[in-house]
Structures are given as structure tokens and as C-alpha cells.
Ligand binder design. Structure first.
Ligand SMILES: C[S@@+](CC[C@H](N)C(=O)[O-])C[C@H]1O[C@@H](n2cnc3c(N)ncnc32)[C@H](O)[C@@H]1O
Length: 351
């Protein structure tokens, strides 16, 4: 045994208090995003009274919120008592190039109820979302345009921080046509097209995403090079792409549903086409580290949202092999993502 100082039970208890209470930050940041504090502070510091008037809130609790935001580095209190936004806090502004406003609203809002059902989810295997609302998968978005908008924009924000690294990790230069399957508003396909002027794109998703993706692709300047197709990846996909990308898709589904999505991909693909699965790869064994905590959070988020999961390399290999694919390469990208390249198995037999 090492000769390090023994951590006392009291110190363990203090650490556990911190862990138990850490969800307070989610609601703090969510509330800052809802009140648009970053937008109100973009032109310079303001007093609590000024901010209370601008946000239609009560001065005393708003002051508490602002001081809490100072404690986690989102705001700063100046000597004159006015509050400023930090460079990190400024990313809660909708207009910030790396805004995570929708993500903050999504985590603190739509996901909050399902996370509260975690004990029941672990007991029953049902997703927290199903236990909360009786809906599964993405069906809740079809009838709720506001929730769909928020979710799709949240996915743009999440994908934006890794898209450039995905394009660096995989060489798309030899492709003529790339399809982003379940590509949301098209953040990833737009990044691929901007990096490769000779490549054309197809964005495939459900109507709730495709109906609003035009504006996003137009803002990115790639609309003329990207075909938009609405449909279900459980039914059929257009053929004709050299590469079919599934980013953050398979982790939303159990093995059986993944098999169905992969079968649809397989049916659309020519023997020379490639499948790219862009996902996190779970370590075989978890230890206490920031990196493992990030992937565990995503894994459990898939559990509460969809009764689904992240997978280890062996897990990815298994579902791909079972669906008639073989992995031909795994490339590390940014923000903990990997690009798993797979091709159709050479015997040509359907599994
Ligand atoms: C977690 S999001 C990933 C979005 C995007 N690939 C990204 O990484 O930013 C899952 C996507 O799958 C889409 N999706 C869910 N069910 C689908 C279906 N049956 N057919 C097509 N797309 C579907 C959702 O609309 C959503 O855009």
C-alpha cells in the first residue's frame, strides 16, 4: 500500500456532498439562458436592479442567481457591485459563434424530468422519458414544434464543437456524395461540404428537422450542394452516396433497433460505399476521471432519454458485424468522439 495520507470519512462526506449537490449548476445555467443574461450583458456590466428590470424578475433572487453564476465562472461581480459576463458565460448568448444556449435549455428543461426517474429506469429498464410522458424515441418531437426546434438547435451546438475534428479525422476528399443520416439541421454535413468543395451532400432526417434545415444550410452557404430528404431510417434511405454518416444515431437505440437502422443503410449502399459511425467509444472499465465522467454522463443520458446506451469497441463491433458490416478503421476525433469506418462484409450475404 502507498504511504499517502488517509482520506478521512469526513473528507469523503464533504466530497460526496459536492457530488450530490452538483446538479444545482445545471439549473443555474439554464436559468441564465432563459433570462438571456448573456444577451443583456453583451454591451457591458449592469446592476442587479437594471437586470431585474430587463428580465422582469425580482431583484433579491436575481442577485442570488448572479452571485451563484459568479461562483461558477459564468458572471463576474465588479468593485462597483455591477455584474459582467465572462467569456465562457457569453456562450449562453444565442448569437455567440459557439453558443450552447439551446443545450443549456435542453438539459435543464426537457431532460430534467427524465433524469429524476433514474431509479425507476434502473428498476424497470423503461426510459425516464417514457415514464414521464409515455413517448419513446423521437416521437415526442413530431407534435411539439417548440421542443423540436430546441432539440435540433441543441444538437447543432453539440456537433459544432466536434465537426471540424471529424472532418480532419476522416478523409472525405475522394467522395462525390456524402449522406448525413439523421443529420438534424445539417451542422456536420455543412462542415464536410465547406471543407470539400467537390463533394455533394444529402441531409436525411425526419420532417421536424428537414423542414427547418434549409435556413441552417443556407446560412452556412452550402444549400445549393445539399439535397434535403425527409423520411425514416427505419424504412428506407436514398441510394447513391459513397459515404453514409451516422453521427450520434446508434447510441439512441437498443441493439435490435440499431440492427434495423443498419439494415436500411446496408440496403442503400453499394459494395464500395462506406459507413461512418461517429460516436463515443466506452472504455472497457470505468475509473474516476473527467474523461470517463463525460462518457458515463452521455451513456446515462441515453438511458434516461431512450433506454439506450453508449458502447465499447467490442459492442460497436458486435452490432456492426451482426448487421453485415466489418470495421475497417477507428479514428479519434475531438470532444471524445471516434469515427468508426465500416464496409459491407465481402461475402455479400445479408446477415
Ligand atoms: C441525437 S440526434 C443526432 C443529430 C445529428 N446527427 C448530430 O449529431 O448532430 C438524432 C437524430 O436522429 C433523427 N431521427 C430519429 N429518428 C429518426 C428516423 N426514424 N428517421 C430519420 N431520422 C431520425 C432525429 O430527428 C435527430 O435529428
Amino acid at each position: 500500500m502507498g504511504g499517502g495520507r488517509r482520506v478521512s470519512d469526513s473528507e469523503h462526506a464533504q466530497r460526496l456532498f459536492e457530488i450530490v449537490g452538483s446538479s444545482w449548476m445545471t439549473q443555474l445555467v439554464r436559468t441564465a439562458a432563459e433570462l438571456r443574461l448573456a444577451e443583456h450583458l453583451v454591451d457591458g456590466p449592469k446592476t442587479t436592479a437594471e437586470l431585474a428590470a430587463l428580465t422582469s424578475t425580482q431583484e433579491r433572487p436575481l442577485g442570488q442567481l448572479l452571485r451563484g453564476l459568479c461562483a461558477i465562472g459564468v458572471c463576474e461581480e465588479r468593485d462597483d457591485g455591477a455584474f459582467d459576463i465572462t467569456p465562457m458565460g457569453a456562450l449562453l448568448s444565442e448569437d455567440a459563434p459557439y453558443s450552447i444556449r439551446s443545450w443549456a435549455l435542453h438539459w435543464g428543461g426537457a431532460l430534467w424530468g427524465p433524469w429524476g426517474r433514474l431509479p425507476e429506469t434502473v428498476r424497470t429498464g423503461e426510459s425516464g422519458r417514457f415514464l414521464e410522458s409515455g413517448t419513446r424515441g423521437f416521437e415526442h418531437l413530431a407534435g411539439d414544434p417548440e421542443a423540436a426546434l430546441r432539440f435540433n438547435q441543441a444538437m447543432v451546438e453539440l456537433t459544432r464543437v466536434s465537426a471540424a475534428s471529424i472532418v480532419e479525422a476522416y478523409d472525405f476528399s475522394g467522395c462525390a456524395r456524402v449522406m448525413d443520416v439523421g443529420g438534424g439541421y445539417g451542422e456536420l454535413i455543412a462542415t464536410i461540404l465547406l471543407a470539400h468543395p467537390n463533394v455533394d451532400g444529402v441531409l436525411f432526417d425526419m420532417p421536424h428537422a428537414i423542414d427547418h434545415a434549409t435556413a441552417h444550410l443556407s446560412d452556412k452557404g452550402v444549400l445549393s450542394r445539399c439535397e434535403l430528404v425527409a423520411g425514416s431510417f427505419f424504412e428506407s434511405l436514398p441510394s447513391g452516396a459513397d459515404v453514409y454518416v451516422l453521427k450520434s444515431i446508434l447510441h439512441d437505440w437498443n441493439d435490435e433497433r440499431c440492427g434495423a437502422i443498419l439494415a436500411t443503410c446496408r440496403a442503400a449502399m453499394t459494395p464500395a460505399a462506406r459507413l461512418l459511425v461517429v460516436e463515443r467509444v466506452m472504455p472497457d472499465r470505468m475509473v474516476a476521471s473527467g474523461q470517463h465522467a463525460t462518457i458515463a454522463r452521455s451513456d446515462l443520458n441515453m438511458l434516461v432519454a431512450n433506454a439506450a446506451q453508449e458502447r465499447t469497441e467490442a459492442g460497436w463491433r458486435e452490432i456492426l458485424n451482426d448487421a453485415g458490416f466489418e470495421i475497417t478503421g477507428i479514428m479519434a476525433a475531438g470532444f471524445g468522439y471516434s469515427v468508426i469506418e465500416a464496409s459491407l462484409t465481402t461475402d455479400g450475404a445479408s446477415p
